[in-house]
Design a protein around this ligand. Structure first.
Ligand code: SF4
Ligand code: SF4
Length: 181
């Protein structure tokens, strides 16, 4: 998926998609939750010039939508999946629990998206090498958002995460293969 990027915005030290998004390509496959073998943690791709096409075109929403710096996935703990910009259902892939999950920034942005008619889902990774799980949460979160209840919203959000964490995660079946170089 190729979306126009925000000029001047870079991933910086964030490498969360290289860690939490599975790849199953002829030249590169790596399981969910395991940092790609070509990635230098905190620095980025060591095969940048010859990286697979998928890596060239996949960017999280923070790279394409004007969101605060605090939304950067390595800081917020949330990768906002880009497919939601096309489907109308935004998925917050919560890869780590951070203080950001109780922030006004998160509440205000979700309230804005719901106000624009977008739908919301929350996803979490399981143990390394298992498929993430995802839940549709629009109706669950709407009452707190409509009431402007940020504290209640944070409680509901946490409840979703607790529930998803109990999921019986299935293996993603991906075996590592590094053949880019
Ligand atoms: S998750 Fe987003 S900001 Fe982080 S490395 Fe991937 S595209 Fe860049
Ligand atoms: S090849 Fe590079 S961009 Fe692609 S997942 Fe690995 S480190 Fe990330």
């Amino acid at each position: 998926m190729e979306l126009p990027l925000i000029p001047g915005r870079e991933c910086g030290p964030c490498v969360e998609c290289c860690r939490f998004i599975p790849l199953d390509l002829p030249e590169l496959s790596k399981p969910t939750g395991k940092l790609c073998g070509y990635c230098v943690d905190g620095a980025g791709c060591s095969v940048h010039a010859v990286r697979p096409q998928t890596c060239r075109t996949w960017f999280c929403v923070w790279r394409v939508v004007e969101l605060d710096e605090a939304w950067r996935p390595d800081l917020s703990g949330i990768i906002v999946r880009p497919d939601g910009l096309l489907t109308g259902q935004m998925t917050l892939y919560v890869v780590r629990r951070t203080d950001f999950l109780r922030s006004a920034l998160l509440f205000d942005t979700v309230a804005q998206w719901l106000g624009e008619g977008l739908r919301m889902a929350i996803s979490v990774p399981g143990p390394v090498g298992t498929l993430p799980v995802r839940a549709e949460v629009t109706e669950f979160l709407l009452p707190a958002v409509a009431a402007g209840d940020d504290v209640g919203f944070a409680t509901l959000f946490e409840r979703v995460l607790d529930s998803l964490d109990q999921h019986d995660f299935e293996p993603d079946g991906i075996e590592e293969r590094y053949a880019v170089i």
